[in-house]
Design a protein around this ligand. Structure first.
Ligand code: SF4
Length: 358
């Protein structure tokens, strides 16, 4: 079946306008995979330095699979959505152990690996291996909601499916990888969320939203419910020039990352007392709270965290358990200069930053 004219115009536009990216300039399947995992929920500009550091530390899949997960987390520190790193590490080990180290070259097999949803599996299959499968991300949904004049919420599965099916019929046979990347690039550079640059767009002639002058009405995205704010407390317990950090359980959110011992508090009353009692229970240490505290806010995808971290001092003479080292190795006493050896979540890094500045 003949492809519509805009398919060729789009890929030609891409050839002339695509931005240089390290994984684009050297499109090894492993690099494409790393980049697509990092690009989930994250902008290209943010990803590039992380990508460079990551492939310097883990230059190939084998190195990644055989590395300690703590090292992987350290390279991911600050990028957020840490389940991506955990699943990627697991998937790399599976490919090495059960797939002879060969990355699957098709959507179906990629989709079976941990952490590869429809989007990432399609992106790797098409960009790294030239499989003819459309990639549908937020940029693609926005571009085609406007181009085809779709007046329904683009977050619904029915609209996603509709756009996927229509793209499947028109995806370039000779350049499926460029076709997918072209749409995403067009969404990032031209068909932007606000003020799309229609005069520069290769799709303008057939674009419904442009012709009807409704580009600012599309796409339709239903507003998300407001996310809740939770109150957290933590203790920065000093012992000489060292302070205590604890590692989160692997099955928790931000699992494997380090933080100051603490947790979510009940309500807004007696935060200091609540924090003290909570941390006393977690650590089994005796310590006293000092005057200083550090207050930070951090927004995760589903909630906002308001954290107060209290400066404390270990009462050395009252150590109960003989020593203060946790038998399960989930606690460490570290100096400020050792912070760089451990992966921390963003909220804890904000507290550390305040400690350093004071
Ligand atoms: S013409 Fe404008 S609204 Fe239509 S696809 Fe291009 S940039 Fe988007």
């Amino acid at each position: 079946m003949a492809k519509p004219d805009w398919v060729k115009e789009l890929t030609q536009w891409y050839s002339q306008n695509k931005r240089s990216m390290p994984w684009r300039d050297n499109p090894l399947p492993y690099y494409i995979w790393v980049s697509e995992v990092m690009l989930q929920q994250t902008q290209v500009e943010t990803v590039i330095p992380y990508f460079k550091r990551f492939i310097t530390r883990f230059p190939d899949l084998n190195t990644l699979a055989n590395s300690d997960f703590q090292d992987v987390l350290k390279m991911w520190e600050g990028l957020g959505y840490y389940a991506r790193a955990r699943n990627f590490h697991k998937a790399a080990s599976l490919v090495i152990q059960e797939g002879n180290g060969v990355i699957p070259d098709n959507f179906e097999d990629l989709r079976k690996l941990p952490g590869l949803g429809d989007y990432t599996a399609a992106a790797v299959a098409s960009i790294a291996f030239g499989q003819k499968i459309p990639v549908v991300d937020g940029n693609v949904l926005r571009v085609f909601a406007r181009f085809w004049g779709i007046k329904e919420d683009i977050k619904t599965n029915s609209v996603k499916r509709h756009i996927f099916d229509r793209l499947k019929n028109v995806i370039s046979t000779s350049r499926p990888s460029d076709f997918n990347q072209a749409i995403m690039e067009l969404g990032a550079l031209v068909c932007r969320p606000k003020n799309p640059l229609c005069p520069q767009c290769p799709l303008q002639k057939q674009c419904v939203a442009f012709k009807k002058n409704i580009t600012d009405e599309l796409p339709i995205i239903k507003k998300k419910a407001k996310i809740p704010t939770y109150i957290y407390g933590a203790c920065v317990i000093w012992r000489g020039n060292r302070f205590l950090i604890s590692r989160r359980d692997n099955d928790q959110m931000l699992g494997g990352l380090w933080e100051f011992p603490g947790g979510r508090l009940e309500g807004n009353l007696n935060l200091k007392k609540q924090s003290f009692e909570l941390v006393e229970k977690i650590t089994n240490l005796e310590f006293k709270m000092l005057k200083d505290f550090y207050k930070i806010r951090h927004t995760y995808s589903h909630f906002k965290k308001e954290l107060t971290a209290y400066k404390c001092q270990l009462l050395e003479q009252k150590v109960i358990a003989g020593d203060v080292v946790d038998p399960e190795d989930n606690f460490r006493w570290i100096t400020l200069s050792e912070v760089t050896n451990f992966p921390f979540d963003k909220a804890t890094l904000k507290v550390i930053d305040k400690i350093v500045k004071r």
